[in-house]
Design a protein around this ligand. Structure first.
Ligand code: HEC
Length: 141
């Protein structure tokens, strides 16, 4: 009887852990993403995400956010050449980063859900695929 009971407990535990694993915790990711942002991005895009007009583009309601794959590429591989963000022209250079897939997802979850932005979670498991996807108007650094 004791053995049957133990087996049942172990099974319940396994099933519970499994379902936790599948529920990505967006809030925790945003918290981690904030510290990635403040150390890796804020020097150019500013702590409040507003950038410097004409030099470092804003991340607040940026129309550049529409394409998630392109966003992943910008954050991993960098970006250079002329772009227009919310009607303002930029022709600068953003260097590549060496963030892990989890850090990329975290920092994107932070910027996509701060300063009035709102978006669904980006998962670490999506990053490698997004880097390979075909995207319009993208020039790596
Ligand atoms: C050294 C300065 C610098 C750093 C650090 C930097 N960026 Fe950028 N970023 C730029 C510049 C400059 C551009 C525009 C490049 C161009 O004109 O082609 C840009 C463009 C972007 C864009 C696309 C345009 C927009 O405003 O939506 C996003 C998104 C972005 N950066 C996010 C980030 C994130 C997230 C980080 C941190 C992981 C980061 N950047 C770090 C300078 C920087």
């Amino acid at each position: 009887m004791k053995i049957v009971f133990s087996i049942v407990v172990v099974l319940i535990l396994a099933v519970t852990l499994q379902s936790f694993n599948q529920n990505f915790d967006l809030k925790a990711s945003i918290v981690r993403g904030k510290s990635v942002y403040n150390t890796q991005c804020a020097s150019c895009h500013m702590e409040e995400g507003n950038g410097i007009e004409g030099v470092f583009p804003t991340l607040i309601k940026s129309d550049y956010f529409a394409d998630k794959n392109r966003l992943v590429k910008v954050v991993t591989t960098g970006l250079r050449g002329p772009i227009v963000v919310n009607g303002v022209n930029y022709d600068g250079e953003m260097p590549a980063t060496d963030l892990t897939d989890e850090q990329v997802a975290d920092v994107l979850n932070y910027v996509r859900n701060s300063w009035g932005n709102k978006a669904k979670a980006v998962l670490p498991s999506e990053i490698q695929q997004a880097k390979k996807a075909v995207t319009k108007d993208y020039k790596a650094y």
